[in-house]
Design a protein around this ligand. Structure first.
Ligand SMILES: *Cc1c(COP(=O)(O)O)cnc(C)c1O
Length: 388
């Protein structure tokens, strides 16, 4: 009796990241080639006409689609458990396209106050000129979210864990609230990554990423993506994707496919080291608060267990002395943690960030892939010098 080869749905995610979409090899090359070309040529005009009319494949023009890009998109869709994914030239390219696909003049948006700064800027400072209003709310307070909803609300925008303090929003409850009102939902999943959280499994319509962070993971490309149903992703490809043109370069997509192959093992290591760092920080007398969703006594523990399977390498902590000056001096005294924006790469980073009150400063760490005991020694040296 012939055994059927396993279907994609039955394979583990680590297997899919190595093989999905790579059934054909060019000249036997084990690595898929880089299609660094802007256009594709045809023997017959009628074939070109058919491609241009609506189909994404076969390919005609790289602003819309490209085989190298399509391969990375296929793997990310498998990771997020969505029908489709569309890559963009940056996280903000993806986020602005996703938001624009859910609003029109007169629309109202409810957005968590824990969202990434430029996302809030786009909603609060840019979109009003097109007649779109936004209310920021504490996304951890379901009643506040409900109270902010209006008749004309078309979008609930979430980011969980949120920026800076990694506050957890209840995906299941918030999606229910939105669906009852016919409101679309978007969730920024950059921090947890699909290794640890799949917002689409809770009914979120569009999952967005700064691919620049963990999905790429090596601090060498800037990219973003939108994941969702075939229908929604197709529609935004041919409107916001085509008209705003924030298309990813094929070389960035090629590097991304290489990065995705190691995402599961990188995320395990980021999580393991960040847990060790968080436990160390919490034990130090100079530290007031540690914000890390991986701590077993996190205040939102039940919610974390419901919707997440891990906690990545992002955390923040507040010193007993939470002044800006102390936070700056702290970061400047570290040796292995470098000062810089962005995060999610191989290297550990530290940055001082103010809380929403503008006065309390925390230090955000991106725990990289260095030896954890070296990172802890670096932090211990500076913490001991700070004293209580
Ligand atoms: C960095 C970041 C973005 C923006 O992504 P870019 O790739 O820098 O455009 C969006 N969301 C979160 C949570 C981020 O950290």
């Amino acid at each position: 009796m012939d055994e059927q080869p396993p279907q994609d749905e039955e394979l583990g995610i680590d297997t899919l990241l190595q093989h999905l979409g790579e059934e054909q090899h060019f000249a036997g090359a084990v690595v898929q080639p880089l299609f660094q070309n802007s256009l594709f040529v045809f023997d017959r005009c009628a074939d070109l006409e058919r491609v241009l009319r609506s189909e994404v494949e076969p390919f005609a023009y790289t602003r819309i689609s490209n085989p190298t890009t399509a391969l990375a998109e296929k793997k990310i869709a498998a990771l997020e458990g969505t029908e489709a994914c569309r890559l963009f030239s940056s996280g903000m390219g993806a986020i602005s396209a996703a938001i624009l696909s859910t609003v029109r003049a007169g629309s109202h948006v409810v957005c968590t106050n824990a969202a990434y700064g430029p996302t809030k800027g786009f909603l609060l400072e840019y979109l009003p000129k097109f007649g779109v209003e936004t209310t920021l709310v504490d996304g951890t307070d379901i009643h506040a979210v409900e109270a902010a909803m209006r008749e004309c609300t078309t979008l609930l925008y979430l980011e969980t864990p949120g920026s800076v303090t990694f506050a957890i929003q209840d995906l299941e409850a918030l999606v229910r609230l939105a669906k009852e009102r016919g409101v679309s939902t978007i969730c920024d999943n950059s921090t947890a990554t699909p290794m640890f959280q799949r917002p689409a499994s809770f009914g979120v319509d569009l999952v967005v990423h700064s691919v620049t962070k963990y999905l790429a993971g090596h601090s060498d490309i800037v990219a973003g993506c939108v994941c969702g149903s075939r229908e929604r992703v197709h529609a935004l490809t041919w409107s916001e994707g085509q008209y705003l043109g924030a298309s990813i370069d094929p070389f960035a997509a090629w590097l991304l496919t290489r990065s995705l192959r190691t995402l599961p093992i990188r995320m395990q290591r980021h999580q393991q080291s960040a847990t060790e760092v968080a436990l160390f920080l919490r034990s130090h007398p100079a530290v007031e608060i540690v914000n890390y969703p991986g701590l077993t006594d996190h205040p939102a523990r039940a919610l974390i267990e419901k919707q997440m399977t891990g906690a990545s390498g992002m955390l923040s902590f507040q010193l007993k002395n939470s002044s800006k000056e102390t936070a700056f001096a702290f970061c400047e005294s570290l040796r292995l943690f470098q000062i810089g924006v962005s995060w999610g790469g191989h290297e550990s980073l530290a940055i001082p960030v103010p809380l929403l009150d503008g006065e309390t400063w925390v230090i955000r760490l991106s725990v990289g892939l260095e030896t954890a005991s070296d990172l802890i020694a670096d932090l211990r040296r500076v913490l001991d010098a700070v004293g209580e």
